[in-house]
Design a protein around this ligand. Structure first.
Ligand SMILES: Nc1ncnc2c1ncn2[C@@H]1O[C@H](COP(=O)(O)OP(=O)(O)OP(=O)(O)O)[C@@H](O)[C@H]1O
Ligand SMILES: [Mg+2]
Length: 308
C-alpha cells in the first residue's frame, strides 16, 4: 500500500536496554495507515519489546516513537484506546470465562453494539462458556483475537497472532486481516515464521539480536531472493568457472551436475554454461525462505547466499 504522508506508527532509533542486557538497539521503521506490516525475527530478537514500547508499557532507553502522532509514554492510555492488542503471552484470569472477558472488554471500551464481536466469536468458534484455564492454547488464542478485534480498532498490534491456530483458522485469520485493511485500518503483526506472514503482509522488517537487518516489501524481497539453478554437463566441470561470477554461489558440483544459488542477472551464468556445453538446465523460483534464513543466520546482509 502507498505510504501516507504521516506514518501511523513511527519509530526512530529506538533503544531499550534491560540493565546490561540487550533489548532492542537503534530500531527504526514506519507504518503507513492501511498497511499490514510484518515484524519478523527469531526468539529473543526484540519483537515483543518493540511492541510494548509502542503501547507505552516500557520506557525507552533512548530514541523516538509516535503512534497516531502521540507519544506512547505520555499518552499511552489514549493510544491503547484506539488499538487492539494481542499480547505474545496472553495472561488471562484463569477463573473467568470467555463470555465474562467479552463483557468486561465491551464495558471498558464503551462498546454497546456487540454484533461484530458476536460474528467474530462464531467465525473463530471461540469457546465462551468455560473458564479460560480449561481452554487449550489455540482456544485461548482465539479468544485473544476476538478481544483484540471486537471494537474495530484503527490499529491492530498482534504479537504472534497465529501461534496455535489450526490451518482452517489461519485462513480465517488471513481473511480477517484483509477485511481489516479494506476497512482502512492498519495492522502490525509479529512472527518468527516467514510462512505465516508472507501472504498477509505488504511490508516486513526482520529483526535479529535487537537490530533491524532489513525492511522491504515482500515483492521486492522476493525479487532479491536467491534462485536455485542446476546444470548438467556431459562430463565433469570445474566449479571455479561458476564461483567467480557475481551473485553466484556453487552449492554442489558432482561430476557433470552443478547446483548453484543465483541472485541478480542470469545472462553471465548462461554464457558460461553455454560455453561449457550444458546439456540440461532446471531453475527454481526465487525462494524467500532461503533469503529469510540467510538473515537469521550469521551472514552479513550484503552477502545473501546459501550457507552450506
Ligand atoms: N522485562 C525484561 N527484563 C529483562 N530482559 C528482557 C525483558 N523483556 C525482554 N527482555 C530481553 O530483551 C530481548 C528481546 O526480547 P523479546 O521478548 O522482545 O523478544 P521476541 O522477539 O519477542 O522473542 P520471542 O519470539 O521469543 O517472543 C531478550 O534478550 C530478552 O531477554
Ligand atoms: Mg515475543
Amino acid at each position: 500500500m502507498a505510504a501516507a504522508a504521516t506514518p501511523l506508527v513511527g519509530v526512530d532509533r529506538l533503544t531499550r536496554r534491560f540493565g546490561a542486557r540487550r533489548g532492542i538497539e537503534d530500531v527504526s521503521f514506519e507504518i503507513a495507515a492501511g498497511e499490514v506490516f510484518g515484524f519478523l525475527g527469531p526468539n529473543g530478537a526484540g519483537k515483543s519489546t518493540t511492541i510494548r514500547l509502542l503501547l507505552g508499557l516500557y520506557r525507552p532507553t533512548s530514541g523516538e516513537m509516535r503512534v497516531f502522532g502521540m507519544d506512547p509514554l505520555r499518552e499511552g492510555t489514549r493510544i491503547r484506546a484506539r488499538v487492539g492488542y494481542l499480547p505474545g503471552e496472553l495472561a488471562l484470569y484463569p477463573r473467568l470465562t470467555g463470555a465474562q472477558y467479552l463483557d468486561r472488554f465491551a464495558r471498558m471500551r464503551g462498546l454497546t453494539d456487540r454484533s461484530y464481536a458476536d460474528r467474530l466469536v462464531s467465525r473463530f468458534r471461540a469457546e465462551l462458556d468455560r473458564p479460560v484455564r480449561t481452554l487449550s492454547k489455540g482456544n485461548r488464542q482465539k479468544l485473544g483475537l476476538v478481544l483484540a478485534f471486537m471494537h474495530r480498532p484503527e490499529l491492530l498490534i498482534l504479537d504472534e497472532p497465529t501461534g496455535g491456530l489450526d490451518p482452517l483458522l489461519q485462513d480465517e485469520f488471513a481473511r480477517l486481516i484483509r477485511e481489516t485493511v479494506e476497512d482502512g485500518r492498519t495492522v502490525l503483526l509479529s512472527s518468527h515464521e516467514l510462512d505465516e506472514v508472507q501472504r498477509l503482509v505488504d511490508r516486513l522488517a526482520i529483526i535479529k539480536e535487537g537490530r533491524i537487518v532489513v525492511t522491504d516489501t515482500v515483492e521486492s524481497l522476493r525479487r532479491s531472493a536467491p534462485r536455485t539453478v542446476e546444470f548438467r554437463f556431459d562430463g565433469p566441470v570445474e566449479p571455479a568457472r561458476f564461483a567467480g561470477l557475481d551473485g553466484v554461489r556453487v552449492r554442489e558440483c558432482i561430476d557433470g551436475q552443478v547446483r548453484l544459488s543465483v541472485t541478480g542477472a542470469v545472462a553471465p551464468l548462461l554464457a558460461v554454461a553455454a560455453d561449457l556445453g550444458a546439456v540440461d538446465v532446471t531453475a527454481r523460483r526465487a525462494d524467500l525462505d532461503e533469503l529469510f534464513l540467510s538473515y537469521y543466520r550469521d551472514v552479513p546482509t550484503a552477502e545473501v547466499s546459501d550457507v552450506d
